[in-house]
Design a protein around this ligand. Sequence first.
Ligand code: AGP
Length: 609
Amino acid sequence: MCGIVGYWGPVGPKKVIIDGLRRLEYRGYDSTGVAIFNQKTLQVLRSPGKLAALEERLKGIEFSGPSGIGHTRWATHGVPNERNAHPHKVGPIAIVHNGIIENYAEIREMLIRRGDKINSDTDSELIAHLLNDELKSSKGLLEATVKLIPKLKGAYSILVINENEPDTLVAFKSGTPMVVGLGEKEVIIASDVQAIIEHTKRVIYLDDGEIVCTQKNSAKFYDIHGKPLDKKPVTLNWSTQMAEKQGFDHFMQKEIFEQPRALRQTLEPHVTLNPYSVNVKDLGLSESEIKDISRIQLIACGTSWHAALVSKYVFERLTKIPTDVDIASEFRYRDPILDKKTLVIAVSQSGETADTLAGLRLCKQQGLKTLAICNVPHSSIDRESHGHFYTQAGPEIGVASTKAFTAQILSLHLLALHFGRIRGSLNADQISSYTQDLIKVPSQVEVCLNHDKWFKEAAEDLAKYKGFLYLGRGICFPVALEGALKLKEITYLHAEGYPSGELKHGPIALVEPTMAIIAMCPQDDLYEKNVSNIEEVRARGGPIISIGTENDHTLEKLSLHFLSIPKAGWLTNPLLSAIPIQLLSYHLAVALGRDVDQPRNLAKSVTVE
Ligand code: AGP
């Protein structure tokens, strides 16, 4: 999950590349580096640590050349230090790489055997050695790259530059993302559009097995055999300020508070008010295909898997379609039994998660219909699915996913209502009632956000606990899992999510005054059962932080902290309960001085296995 930026143009590569790397730093940030032309020399500077350390080293250095490449690294091979940082230069070649070269051990052995000096522990450097070899018998960088590719195995993307071709950049994509920005007088190649949108909104996404070769500000595309391809640009509808913090302390905080807008934008195109109903547009699935679905199989990772788990309860109750949910990294290796009438739904904020993409491809190979729930249009998972439903959350920069999570849940709710209407499993009154519930959600989320100061007080009180147990039942059980994940990934404290009904099967042994219990307990059909679980915990000295329906004084009396959400329907409770669990984790992480937007060891998009 590294950040890659390449540039050719009149503005000068140093500024564009550093600005671009800053926008991509959330993708990976354990070391950084650039290779930029200075007169006729390709100058390489690298640094361990964050981009600020590299900027310090670049201070006062002016580069005269027209082009350069840069990289922010998330280490897969070799510890994060200067010699393992990218770019790697061998002869006139410099390269930046994202992904994993699976046959790197045999390549390394061959190079050492023939006497090459290997300077790093990375698989990336080996690519530079092989490319340098190919260049010696090629007319230029493009031909050398075409000859290199068959020698490499794995999911990876590379961007390469040659000291003898200052006006040329060549990139190849296989698995991890690569996008080309076509400016008036410049060209930018990057691993994410965030590094491109302030320069141009005209972009071309490389598909797997494709090569781009830019000469000055023109770009030509080829397949892995060097055969020219005709690719059309798309125009992005994101603005740069959408990707800025806009006065918040962290991207994560901004994105939590953007949820009313994100949910409104996700909802509005697909609901009608007279009568209240749902009609999902541009899904890519016909009514007859929807009627023909015999089973739904969702695949996702992390927070997206939690959103998919919520949808299992909703699809089965609203559409009566049997629904399975798998963690993608398990699904792709368990030889799943799939039939042609199964609809596969891949849920992914980035649309680039390697395991989810691999699970999708496995289903496509077996002829199944696939649907992507993505936040990034034209991402790999989006492009490779038959149909799609875009969450309209806007760019999500914080590594901990928040607005994408609630937008995914809402999107899946809308799909279930759409399917229920078409398949006749819901009557007009039920559709009207559920639709009205969803239309209220953005303003109900605003009410939750207005309680932020109470959530902050509760969060700061949590710092003294040694562990956290999140409990929930039914449609709110996945929200308990999500709460535990949010806490783990940004506070580095241990937390677990459990179905409340499982307490007596083991976890209740954990209950003691130093173990905080965070209980989802909205006034729904499982309320009484949740309250009795809470009383079991209290009887054993467990401190309760409850998330419940406003004015629930019974629950309030049982709780050390009572975090209230507006009175809502069954469909809505998981959406509203997400807000306090997000803010609890956010404020606790801030209180602990954690790096909230770029938590250690993590990256925003897991584009390698
Ligand atoms: C969630 O906060 C994490 N950043 C992570 O679990 C993430 O949800 C997971 O990697 C899936 O990412 P995706 O939605 O982009 O596929």
